[in-house]
Design a protein around this ligand. Structure first.
Ligand code: ZN
Length: 77
């Protein structure tokens, strides 16, 4: 396996983070590959797929929270 820069890619662990308006999500110790030359981090296809599924699930769940109407308004007090 070789990076597009021509560097050698080694297997290791990395962390993956996603930040949107609704949430900030970090996964640590994700199996990943890193280029020893440019430092670019690559994820295996299966790992990337699992992360995407997880992110979509969180997005869906968090949008349910955001769109839910609060039963008590702060200005009622
Ligand atoms: Zn590289």
């Amino acid at each position: 396996m070789e990076c597009s820069c021509g560097g050698v890619i080694i297997e290791g662990k990395s962390c993956y983070s996603v930040s949107t308006e609704q949430f900030y999500f970090v996964l640590e110790d994700v199996p990943a590959y890193q280029c020893t030359r440019c430092g670019k981090v690559l994820f295996g296809e299966d790992v990337a797929e699992k992360i995407q599924k997880l992110v979509r699930k969180i997005e869906r769940d968090s949008s349910e929270i955001i769109t839910g109407k609060p039963s008590v308004h702060s200005y009622d007090y």
